[in-house]
Design a protein around this ligand. Structure first.
Ligand SMILES: [Zn+2]
Ligand SMILES: [Zn+2]
Length: 224
C-alpha cells in the first residue's frame, strides 16, 4: 500500500460514471469487506452505476444525494427500484427535488418525476456502509440544500470528499440558479471544505478529481 494514499479509504471500492449531456459524475462506493455500499447522485448514468453495483456484488444501503439539481437526480427512481435503498437529501433542496419536471423544462429536457425522498440529512450523520461512513457537511451556495459527504473509516482521520457542484477542479459551482448565492458558496468552500487537510481527495459533481491543497493553491476563484 502506498502510504501517501488516503489511509482511511485506501481499499474502498470507488466507481465513477458520467454520460452526456451533463457529464455529471455518479458514484458507487463500497466496503471491500462487508460488500455494503452507497450510490451517490444517480442521474442519466444510472444504468452504468447499477452495472458497477452488480460487478462488485454490493448491497446498497443508501442513495445519497449531494443536492437536487436535475442532472444529479434523474436516475433516483430507477436506482431505488433496482436497489430498494432509501433516498437521502438535505431538506432545504426538497423544493428543487419536487420541481424536477420544471427543472427539465428550463433546460429543454423532458424528465420524469422521481419517487419521494425517504430521509433528510439531520446533522452530521454518519451514514454507514460496512467499515466506512459518510459524514454530512451542509455547504449551501450553489443551492440551499447542498451537502458535501466526507467518507472514511472511524479509525482513520483521512476522508474522501464528495462535494457535488460546490467545488470543481479549477472552478466553483454556479450561483445563478434558484437559491444560489455567491457569498454563501465561498463561505462554504473556505469555511468548510478548506478546513480539511491539503491531501484530501475531492470528487466533484463534474470533471476531474482534485485535492483540497491543489484548489487552495491554484483555483482562480479562490486564490487571494
Ligand atoms: Zn448543481
Ligand atoms: Zn451538476
Amino acid at each position: 500500500m502506498n502510504a501517501k494514499m488516503g489511509a482511511g479509504a485506501a481499499h474502498m471500492i470507488l466507481e465513477t460514471r458520467a454520460v452526456p449531456p451533463f457529464m455529471k459524475n455518479g458514484f458507487v462506493l463500497g466496503c471491500e469487506t462487508t460488500r455494503e455500499g452507497v450510490v451517490i447522485d444517480p442521474g442519466d448514468d444510472v444504468d452504468l452505476l447499477l452495472d458497477a453495483v452488480r460487478e462488485h456484488d454490493l448491497s446498497i444501503r443508501y442513495i445519497l444525494l449531494t443536492h437536487a439539481h436535475l442532472d444529479h437526480i434523474t436516475g433516483v427512481g430507477r436506482a431505488k427500484a433496482a436497489l430498494g435503498a432509501p433516498v437521502v437529501l438535505h431538506r432545504d433542496d426538497n423544493f428543487l427535488y419536487d420541481a424536477v419536471v420544471q427543472q427539465g423544462q428550463m433546460f429543454g429536457f423532458q424528465v420524469e418525476r422521481q419517487p419521494p425522498v425517504d430521509r433528510f440529512y439531520d446533522g452530521p450523520g454518519p451514514w454507514t456502509f460496512g467499515k466506512y461512513s459518510a459524514w454530512v457537511y451542509h455547504t449551501p451556495g450553489h443551492c440551499p440544500g447542498g451537502v458535501c459527504l466526507a467518507v472514511g473509516t472511524a479509525e482513520a482521520t483521512a476522508r474522501d470528499l464528495f462535494v457535488g457542484d460546490t467545488l470543481f477542479a479549477g472552478s466553483i459551482g454556479r450561483t445563478d440558479l434558484p437559491g444560489g448565492d455567491m457569498e454563501t458558496l465561498l463561505q462554504s468552500i473556505r469555511g468548510v471544505l478548506f478546513s480539511f487537510p491539503d491531501d484530501t481527495a475531492v470528487y466533484s459533481g463534474h470533471g476531474e478529481k482534485t485535492t483540497i491543497g491543489k484548489e487552495k493553491r491554484t483555483n482562480p476563484f479562490l486564490v487571494v
